[in-house]
Every structure is written in structure tokens, then in C-alpha cells.
Ligand binder design. Structure first.
Ligand SMILES: NC(=O)c1ccc[n+]([C@@H]2O[C@H](COP(=O)([O-])OP(=O)(O)OC[C@H]3O[C@@H](n4cnc5c(N)ncnc54)[C@H](O)[C@@H]3O)[C@@H](O)[C@H]2O)c1
Length: 366
């Protein structure tokens, strides 16, 4: 079965040729772009791409019309959706411009939508999307790419297996100029939910100096200019007792480092790969602590964006959920909103459930 597929937004992340994985942990490669991942999936027939910028359309054709000779380009995605009637649509527009293309893809009968992160930059839009998806037959998946990256999937599996005892603490560092809340932090915020496996309860946050009065509404430019969006440090309490600490100011090293900690050990994930550190001593009062470190190198044949697209196709064919449905992506929007609310209220705890309930899931804005 060939699924007619279209791309909305034709920047590098949508159209780059396949490159070698430079750093699978930091996440810079591994079939980098949407088009290169699609090229590796026999079920996908890329029929068209749309961008409002002519040079982006030209670059897309230059790179990919050899692989798909019938490839069309458009400057208006509604026209593209009406003419091409794709089964699968990838939405790769700037951070704050996902809602309209996703709703249009549903309107024109797409069966599956792969949407870049974040789901939306407001709870209102996130709710609108969750409601529209659940009212239709469409399957939607949000590209929190690490949900399909071997080290992250393996770290979660091991944490759930009890190898470190009950997971109690998550410590993550992110940084560098791209550590903007809705840009790179949104990956980290999603990882917190992914590993904690529970509803977020409350959040305490401090935004980057200079953004003290940022307010509670998104004021970014779609992820382009770091000056329009803050980095942050925050602490998230989950309903099952898991506590998460994130250091993520922009004036820190642009590195992703994850520690999952329990009473029996720690899983560490960074540029050195995934390690499991366990404590061997049964009785810490009477015996010296003996720690053991094991390097883990999970191998997958398909990972990253390619695995996400395969997951989406399987979900469309079988009716099972994907690893990143809009409901969990909405949770990342709710936590981000709580981060802004905590700062706006003197760095006091912000109740995520109260903030998220301001408009219950599934109810579109009036
Ligand atoms: N999952 C990941 O690891 C990852 C990595 C990079 C980017 N992203 C996400 O991909 C998305 C795009 O990021 P980017 O940095 O390439 O953004 P960008 O702003 O550089 O590019 C987006 C493209 O969309 C086009 N566009 C804007 N409005 C449009 C419209 N109405 N119709 C058609 N095209 C339109 C722009 O012209 C541009 O070519 C963002 O949501 C970003 O967060 C995800």
C-alpha cells in the first residue's frame, strides 16, 4: 500500500538529505529530516510539498524530485490539500503555526498527521487540536523524536523494570541559545512525562534573567530568535511522587543530559551514551556501598523520525495508539503554561491540573 504524503513547511528539518548520525543523544541527526525518513519507507509516496517561500520550494524540488518525479509544489497548503488529497500529512511549520495546517489536513480528509513539536503554543489551541482529532477518524502523532530513539526508549524500559528501584527523581540538563521554552525545552518537558509516567501535579519555575515579566502567553516568533523566548530552571512534581529538576538557562552548555534516579541506582544518558549504575550493597548501614556501572548500547534498525512515521502508519492501519498522541503532547503544553504561571506569580508553585482545567480537554474554544 502506498500512502500519498504531503509536507507543509519545507525548511531543513522537512527536506534535508539523509546524513550520518552525528550525535544520536543530542539528536542532531538520525534520519534527520521528514523527507529523508519518508524516502526510507516503501509505503510512503511523497506527492507534494508546500511553503510560502519560493526558495524553499525550489530547494525541495532540487533535492527530492529525483526520488519522486511527480512531486508537486505549492505556496498555499489548502490548495495543495484540495488538489492532492494526501493520506498522510507532515506539518513542519514554525512552533506557533501548527494548528491551522493540522485542522486543514483533517478537513481535507487526511488519515494520518505527523505534526512537529510542540503541539501548540497555547492550551486553547492544544485543546482545539485534541478535540478535532478525537472527533475525526484521523491518527495524529507529535514529533517528540526521542520517544523513538533507542537510548531513551531503553532507559524508560529499564527504569520501569525496577532495575533502579522505584523511579523517584529525574534530573535533566539542557542549555545553549536554543534552550527556548517552546523550542528545545519542549522536548525535555515531554521527556519528564515520558519517564515519570504520571500526571504532572505542580511546578515551580524561574525564567531566564531578563524575562522576569514575560507573562503567561507565548510571545515567541515560532522558534527563530532566542531573544523572543526564555530558557528556564524548573521543578515538576508528578502525582505518583516522581520529582523532576531541569536546569535549562541559555548561558549554559548546549548539551542534553538525563539522570533517572531511584533508591537502587541511576540511569545516565548523555554524550557518553546510556549507563546503568546500580548499588550492590543490600544494607547501606553495615556494608560499604558497592556500585557497578554497565554501558548499554541498544540497537534498533529504525529510529528517530523514520520510526515515528512507521509508528504512525502502523497506528493508522491497526487502530492502536502511537508513542506520542496529541493528548500527551498537550501535557507538555500544560506544564509549559505552568512554568510561565509560576514565574508570573513570584516563582510560587503553579498547579498544572488547575491550569489545564481552565479549558477541559476535548472542549474547543468558544
Ligand atoms: N523534532 C525535532 O527534533 C525538531 C528539530 C527542528 C525543528 N523542529 C520543529 O520543526 C518545525 C519547523 O522548524 P524550523 O526551525 O524549520 O522552522 P522555520 O521557521 O525555520 O521553518 C518552517 C518553514 O515553514 C514555512 N512556513 C511558514 N508558514 C507557512 C505556511 N503558512 N505554509 C507553508 N509553509 C509555511 C517557512 O517558510 C519555513 O520554510 C518547528 O515546529 C520546530 O520546533 C523539530
Amino acid at each position: 500500500m502506498k500512502y500519498r504524503t504531503a509536507l507543509i513547511g519545507l525548511s531543513w528539518i522537512a527536506t534535508d538529505p539523509a546524513g550520518s548520525a552525528s550525535d544520536p543523544i543530542v539528536g542532531t541527526a538520525l534520519p534527520g529530516s521528514h523527507a529523508s525518513a519518508m524516502a526510507a519507507i516503501p509505503d510512503i509516496e511523497l506527492v507534494a510539498g508546500c511553503d510560502i517561500v519560493a526558495t524553499a520550494r525550489e530547494g525541495f524540488l532540487e533535492r527530492w524530485s529525483g526520488r519522486w518525479p511527480e512531486l508537486g509544489v505549492y505556496g498555499d497548503y489548502r490548495e495543495m490539500l484540495a488538489r492532492e488529497r494526501p493520506d498522510l500529512v507532515s506539518v513542519v511549520t514554525p512552533d506557533h503555526l501548527h494548528t491551522e495546517p493540522v485542522l486543514a489536513a483533517i478537513e481535507f480528509g487526511a488519515r494520518a498527521i505527523f505534526c512537529e513539536k510542540p503541539l501548540a503554543t497555547s492550551l486553547e489551541e492544544a485543546d482545539q487540536l485534541v478535540a478535532a482529532v478525537s472527533a475525526s477518524q484521523v491518527v495524529m502523532c507529535v514529533d517528540y523524536t526521542r520517544r523513538w530513539m533507542p537510548e531513551f526508549v531503553e532507559a524508560r524500559r529499564i527504569a520501569r523494570s525496577g532495575a533502579i528501584g522505584r523511579l523517584s527523581q529525574i534530573v535533566i540538563h539542557t542549555g545553549g541559545p536554543r534552550a527556548m521554552l517552546y523550542r528545545n525545552h519542549t522536548h525535555v518537558i515531554d521527556l519528564l512525562s515520558y519517564f515519570a509516567d504520571a500526571e504532572p501535579d505542580w511546578v515551580i519555575a524561574e525564567l531566564e534573567p531578563g524575562f522576569e515579566d514575560y507573562g503567561t502567553a507565548y510571545r515567541g516568533d515560532g522558534g527563530g530568535d532566542p531573544a523572543t523566548e526564555p530558557g528556564a530552571n524548573y521543578y515538576v512534581a508528578f502525582a505518583n511522587g516522581v520529582r523532576a529538576y531541569v536546569t535549562g538557562m541559555k548561558d549554559t552548555v548546549p548539551e542534553l543530559r538525563v539522570d533517572l534516579i531511584g533508591p537502587g541506582g541511576r540511569l545516565s544518558l548523555d554524550v557518553e551514551g546510556l549507563r546503568l549504575i546500580t548499588v550492590e550493597s543490600e544494607d547501606l548501614r553495615t556494608k560499604p556501598t558497592v556500585t557497578r556501572m554497565e554501558r548499554l548500547t541498544p540497537s534498533w534498525t529504525v529510529a528517530g523520525v523514520q520510526a515515528a512515521l512507521c509508528d504512525l502508519i502502523a497506528a493508522m492501519e491497526t487502530g492502536r495508539p502511537t508513542a506520542s498522541p496529541p493528548e500527551t503532547a498537550r501535557q507538555a503544553v500544560a506544564i509549559t503554561q505552568a512554568i510561565l504561571e509560576s514565574q508570573a506569580h513570584g516563582n510560587r508553585p503553579a498547579q498544572v491540573a488547575r491550569i489545564a482545567a481552565q479549558r477541559p480537554t476535548g472542549v474547543p474554544p468558544a
